[in-house]
Design a protein around this ligand. Structure first.
Ligand SMILES: [Fe+2]
Length: 486
C-alpha cells in the first residue's frame, strides 16, 4: 500500500494522521490491515491517529500449538557464570590497584601454561641482568611511543618495576605486531638486554596471551541451535519492527523455506548481547529519535514481543550501553524495576555484561562490545564494517576491555572480570550494528548486528549498519548460518 493510498483511506474515513504515523504504518508487515484496524477501532470524526494508537494495536505473532518442535523434545541444559556478581566493586584507588594486579595475575597464569615461559623473569631481574643477557618478561603495557628514529618503545610494568622494551623498525614483522599493542595490554616479551649496562630490552618476540591451538571441547550430537541477537533498540523510530516480527514468525516456524523452518525448529536457546531498548538520554537530542519516549514503555513493548517467542526457547539477556543499568563494566543485569515483564517470563534469564553461558555443552561468552569503539580507533586495520576482526583482537589479548580510561567506563574490583579467563566456543558481541562471523583456533567469533536501521547519528559518522540478520549456531556441527529478515 503506497503512502498516498494510506492518506486517502484515512481522509475518506475523516481521520487525521500524526506526522510520524505514516512512516510507522508503512514500515509494518501488512499496512492495509493496520489501516483498516485503526479505522474500525477509532471513534469520532476528525480525530488524530497518534503513534500510541498504532502501538496499541499490538501487532502480534500468534503462537500456534501443533506437533512437538525438535527443540521441544530436549530438556534444556544451562549453566550461567555471571561475572558481574563475582567481585565487589570498589570505587577508589585501591580498587584500581586490585583490578590491575588481578589482570596481571590472570595474564601471567595463561602465559605460564606455555612451557618456554615458565621461567620468565620479573622486571626487577631483567633490570639487574646486565648487558647482552637473554630475558623473558611478562607485564602490563604502561605506555607505548615512537622514538625519534622511528623505533617503538613499549614500557612494560610488573609489580617489581618498569622497563623499556625497544622494537626496532628494521624488524618489520615485529614492528607491525607492535602497532596492535595498546596501553594496559598484557604482553610477553623475549629479548636481549642492551649492550652496556642493560636497563633496556631489545625485543626479539612479542606475544599476547592468545588462545591455545588445542583445547578440550565438548562434542554433542543433539540437533539444537543457538540464536545470537543484539541491539534491538525498541523505542527508536529506526527500530525495524516489521523485520523483528518476521524473525519471531520464523522462530514460530511460520515463515521461510522448509529447510529454514527445520532450522527454526532446532533453536533451543537465544542469547541477547545488549541494547534491547534505545533508552532515554543516552546522547543529546535523543528524544527526537524516539517513538516510545519513556523507558518503562520501551521495556513493556520488548516484553510483549518476547512473549511471542516459543515457550521452549531459553533466553539469556545481558545489557548494553542503552539499557537501564550501571554503565560501568562489568554491568549488572537490567534493573527489574524498569523491565518487570522480562523478569516475569519464566524462560528469560537476566544476566550481567559480560556473562559466560554453557548451553548444551557449548560455552558462549556474551559481551555487548562497547570496547570495540576503542579498538577500532586505536588499532590500525580495524573498522566498523568488519566487527569480527576487531573482536579477534579482544580474543588474542584475552581482554574484553583492553584499554582503561577511554570510551568504556570500568568499575574496578578485587578481580578483573573483563579478562577472558575461559576460552569460549563462541564469543558473541553486538554494539557496532554490523554482522560478522569468523572462526579462530576453534572459537566462533560472532557479531550479531542489529534490528535498527541507520540513525541520524550514524549518518553523521558515516557508519553503515547491516541490520535485520540473526546468526544461528548449530551445536552439533558448530556451523553458523546467518538468517536474513529484511
Ligand atoms: Fe546498539
Amino acid at each position: 500500500m503506497e503512502e498516498s493510498d494510506i492518506i486517502c483511506r484515512f481522509l475518506d474515513a475523516e481521520l487525521c494522521l500524526h506526522p510520524n504515523v505514516l512512516e510507522q504504518i508503512s514500515s509494518m508487515e501488512d499496512p492495509s490491515e493496520i489501516v483498516e484496524r485503526l479505522i474500525s477501532s477509532t471513534e469520532g470524526n476528525g480525530r488524530i491517529i497518534t503513534p500510541e494508537d498504532v502501538r496499541a494495536l499490538k501487532t502480534e505473532v500468534v503462537i500456534k500449538k501443533g506437533r512437538l518442535r525438535i527443540a521441544e523434545e530436549y530438556d534444556s541444559e544451562i549453566e550461567l557464570r555471571d561475572v558481574s556478581k563475582n567481585a565487589p566493586r570498589r570505587g577508589c584507588i585501591e580498587g584500581f590497584l586490585e583490578h590491575f594486579n588481578s589482570r596481571y595475575e590472570k595474564g601471567l597464569k595463561v602465559f605460564r601454561e606455555r612451557k618456554h615461559l615458565i621461567d620468565s623473569h620479573t622486571v626487577e631481574q631483567a633490570l639487574a641482568a646486565g648487558g647482552k643477557s637473554d630475558v623473558k618478561i611478562i607485564g602490563l603495557v604502561e605506555s607505548v611511543r615512537e622514538s625519534k628514529k622511528g623505533n617503538t618503545i613499549i614500557f612494560i610494568e610488573d609489580p617489581s618495576g618498569v622497563i623499556p622494551v625497544v622494537v626496532l623498525k628494521s624488524d618489520r614483522e615485529l614492528a607491525e605486531f607492535a602497532r596492535t599493542i595498546v596501553n594496559d595490554d598484557i604482553l610477553a616479551v623475549e629479548g636481549v638486554t642492551g649492550s652496556r649496562e642493560g636497563g633496556i630490552v631489545i625485543a626479539k618476540t612479542l606475544s599476547f596471551p592468545d588462545v591455545p591451538y588445542q583445547r578440550t571441547t565438548e562434542s554433542r550430537s543433539e540437533p539444537l541451535a543457538i540464536a545470537l541477537v543484539s541491539d534491538i533498540h525498541i523505542g527508536s523510530f529506526e527500530f525495524m519492527e516489521k523485520e523483528f516480527l518476521r524473525f519471531l514468525k520464523w522462530l514460530n516456524c511460520e515463515v521461510g523455506s522448509s529447510r529454514q523452518r527445520e532450522l527454526a525448529e532446532r533453536v533451543k536457546y537465544m542469547v541477547v548481547a545488549g541494547d534491547l531498548v534505545d533508552g532515554v538520554g543516552i546522547y543529546p537530542g535523543q528524544i527526537d529519535d524516539l517513538n516510545i519516549k519513556d523507558i518503562f514503555s520501551q521495556y513493556k513493548r520488548l516484553s510483549e514481543l518476547f512473549d511471542m517467542i516459543p515457550d521452549y526457547i531459553e533466553i539469556i539477556i545481558g545489557p548494553g550501553n542503552h539499557d537501564a543499568t550501571r554503565q560501568a563494566e562489568p554491568q549488572t543485569p537490567i534493573f527489574e524495576d524498569y523491565a518487570p515483564g522480562l523478569y516475569e517470563n519464566p524462560m528469560i534469564h537476566m544476566v550481567g555484561n559480560p556473562c559466560y553461558a554453557r548451553l548444551h555443552g557449548t560455552s558462549v561468552l556474551a559481551y555487548h562490545g562497547r570496547s570495540m569503539d576503542d579498538i577500532i580507533s586505536k588499532v590500525p586495520g580495524n573498522s566498523y564494517s568488519e566487527p569480527d576482526k576487531a573482536m579477534l583482537n579482544l580474543l588474542k589479548k584475552r581482554q574484553l576491555v583492553p584499554i582503561f580510561g577511554e570510551k568504556v567506563p570500568v568499575s574496578p574490583g578485587t578481580e578483573d572480570c573483563l579478562f577472558i579467563d575461559e576460552v569460549p566456543d563462541i564469543l558473541h558481541c553486538g554494539h557496532v550494528h554490523t554482522t560478522g562471523v569468523q572462526s579462530y583456533r576453534g572459537v566462533t567469533i560472532v557479531n550479531s548486528g542489529a534490528f535498527q536501521s541507520q540513525t541520524d547519528f550514524q549518518k553523521r559518522l558515516n557508519m553503515q549498519p547491516d541490520p535485520g540478520k540473526v546468526p544461528i549456531y548449530e551445536i552439533s556441527t558448530r556451523k553458523t548460518t546467518i538468517m536474513k529478515f529484511t
